[in-house]
Write a protein that binds this ligand. Structure first.
Ligand code: G3P
Length: 217
């Protein structure tokens, strides 16, 4: 399973990348807003840190506008994946941009039917949003399972990029189902290391060690 980081926070990306935890990055207009930075500038900086795919999202609503924006964003670096929304125009843009050899991430996917269309349009990645389905009392993880089953039926190579991840359980469940990639906020990736019994065990070891009066170095 590949790990993408869902952020435009360069310091957080650098920290995880130094640990070998970053296979790619995803951004979106909300994350660019949160960073407070210029999209081209921050995306270029991220691409200098991370060698894997870095998703940069278009904002036009018509296919021609998305294609123009996608071509422009793709000039930032060779590892840009142009992110387009799962609308009919987004699918048209996906077909054109993927036909030009660019990586395309089709985002805002909420149904298996949408995921089928993205694969047919040549998407490199399909981004089903787990958390936002859970938010409205639907089952985000079930969508990942449905897309996995369908893509495997036909050996489609579009990678399932599980997005809108809010918890450690989302990551482990997506891994069990066989999502190709997860993209998660840095805090959720870091939370994977935490366990109450690890903390408790460490406290006990430290207390016992202090009683030995020894030093290792
Ligand atoms: O990359 C987009 C997606 O991960 C957004 O997540 O938490 O805003 O639903 P969220």
């Amino acid at each position: 399973m590949k790990f993408f980081v869902d952020t435009a926070d360069v310091a957080a990306i650098r920290e995880l990348n130094d640990l070998g935890m970053v296979d790619g990055v995803t951004t979106n207009p909300s994350l660019i807003l949160k960073s407070g930075r210029d999209i081209a500038e921050v995306t270029r900086e991220i691409c200098e840190i991370v060698s894997g795919p870095v998703s940069a999202e278009v904002v036009a609503s018509d296919a021609e506008g998305m294609i123009a924006e996608g071509r422009h964003l793709a000039k930032i670096a060779d590892n840009i994946a142009v992110k387009v929304p799962l609308t009919w125009d987004g699918l048209r843009a996906c077909k054109v941009l993927s036909g030009e050899g660019r990586m395309v991430n089709v985002t805002l996917c909420f149904s298996p039917a949408q995921a089928i269309l993205a694969a047919k349009a040549g998407a490199s990645f399909i981004s089903p949003f787990i958390g936002r389905l859970d938010d409205i009392n639907l089952d985000g993880m079930e969508l990942i399972a449905q897309i996995r089953e369908i893509y495997d039926n036909y050996d489609w190579t579009t990678e399932i990029l599980a997005a809108s991840i809010r918890s450690v359980n989302h990551i482990t469940d997506a891994a069990r189902i066989g999502a190709d990639v997860i993209t998660a906020p840095p805090a959720v990736i870091k939370a994977m290391a935490s366990h109450v019994l690890t903390d408790k065990g460490l406290d006990q070891f430290n207390a016992d060690w202090a009683k030995t009066g020894q030093k290792i170095v």
